[in-house]
Write a protein that binds this ligand. Structure first.
Ligand SMILES: O=C(O)c1ccccc1NCC(=O)[C@H](O)[C@H](O)COP(=O)(O)O
Length: 273
C-alpha cells in the first residue's frame, strides 16, 4: 500500500464517523452555505497577482513536522499581503495536522479564494467544504475512479464551488478530464518515493486543454523555477513546505514573491529588447 492508498483507506473510515455525528442539515445551516464563492480561477489568472496558491501545512507524510507553532491567522493574512493569489488550507488532521477550524479561521480573516486541501472521497466532504467557507475543492485523480471523480465534480459545481483536479501523469489526465473542472494541477511529488521533480509538470503541461487553468504543485522552492513553469504555460503554483519550514512563513512568501516579481520584470524587459 502506498501512502496515498493508506490515507484514502483511513479517510473512508474518518468520513463515515463524521457522517454519523454531524447531520447534513447542520452543515447546510452554516452562514457560508448560501454565500457566493470567490473564484480561484479568476484570482490565479489575474496578471496583477503572482499566481501562487500559498499553503498552510503543519506537517506531511514526506517531511514529518514542518511547522508546529504557526498561527493560521497570522500566516494566512501574511501570505495574502505578500502577494499570494489564493490560500490552500489542509484540513486533514492525521497526516497533515490541519483541521476544519484552520479553514474557518483563514476564511474569517481573508477575502480571497480558499481551497479545502483534503482527500475527498464522498459528497459529504464537499458539503463540509462549503459549510467551512471554502471556494474550491481538490479531487485527486489517483484516488478516485473516473466516474466517481466526475460525479463529485458535478456535485461540487452544483454548490457553486470550483474544482482543482490533481494528476501525476498523462494516463490520469486522460481518463479523468471532465467539463466540471476549473483547474488542473500536476503534482510534482511522486507519492511512492516522495521525490519531487518539476519535470513532471513540464512533461504534462501541453496535454492539459487550454480551457483549464494549469497549476504546478509541490516542490517549488526557487523563484527561477516559477519563471520556467510560467513560461511553459502554468498559471498557478501551489507552494507549501518552502514557506512553512520558515519560522515566519509569511516573510518567506514575501521574499519569494518579491524575487519572482523582479525576475518577471527582467524577463519582460529581455523579451522587449
Ligand atoms: O506533502 C506530502 O508529503 C504529501 C504526501 C502524500 C500525499 C500528499 C502530500 N502532499 C500534498 C500536497 O499536494 C502538497 O502539500 C502541495 O502540493 C504543496 O507541496 P509542497 O510545496 O511541496 O509543500
Amino acid at each position: 500500500m502506498n501512502i496515498l492508498e493508506k490515507i484514502i483507506a483511513d479517510k473512508y473510515l474518518e468520513v463515515a464517523e463524521r457522517k454519523s455525528l454531524v447531520p447534513v442539515k447542520l452543515l447546510e445551516g452554516s452562514v457560508f452555505f448560501e454565500g457566493k464563492v470567490v473564484s480561484m480561477k479568476k484570482y490565479v489568472t489575474n496578471p496583477e497577482k503572482s499566481g501562487i496558491i500559498a499553503e498552510f501545512k503543519r506537517k506531511s507524510p514526506s517531511k514529518g513536522v514542518i511547522n508546529g507553532s504557526a498561527s493560521v491567522e497570522k500566516v494566512s493574512i501574511g501570505y495574502m499581503q505578500a502577494g499570494a493569489s489564493a490560500l490552500s488550507i489542509l484540513t486533514d488532521t492525521e497526516y497533515f495536522g490541519g483541521s476544519s477550524d484552520d479553514l474557518k479561521a483563514a476564511r474569517k480573516f481573508n477575502f480571497c479564494p480558499i481551497i479545502r486541501k483534503d482527500f475527498i472521497v464522498d459528497e459529504y466532504q464537499i458539503l463540509e467544504a462549503k459549510s467551512m467557507g471554502a471556494d474550491c475543492i481538490l479531487l485527486i485523480a489517483a484516488a478516485l475512479e473516473p466516474a466517481k471523480l466526475k460525479s463529485l465534480a458535478s456535485f461540487a459545481k452544483g454548490l457553486g464551488l470550483e474544482i482543482l483536479m490533481e494528476v501525476h501523469d498523462g494516463a490520469e489526465l486522460e481518463r479523468s478530464l471532465c467539463d466540471d473542472l476549473d483547474l488542473v494541477g500536476v503534482n510534482n511529488r511522486n507519492l511512492k518515493t516522495f521525490e519531487v521533480s518539476v519535470d513532471t509538470s513540464l512533461a504534462l503541461v501541453d496535454q492539459i486543454p487550454g480551457n483549464f487553468v494549469k497549476v504546478s504543485e509541490s516542490g517549488i522552492s526557487d523563484p527561477n523555477t516559477m519563471i520556467e513553469l510560467k513560461k511553459a504555460g502554468f498559471d498557478g503554483f501551489l507552494i507549501g513546505e518552502n514557506f512553512m519550514k520558515s519560522s515566519r512563513p509569511e516573510q518567506a512568501a514575501y521574499n519569494f514573491i518579491k524575487e519572482f516579481k523582479k525576475l518577471s520584470a527582467q524577463e519582460s524587459e529581455l523579451s522587449k529588447a
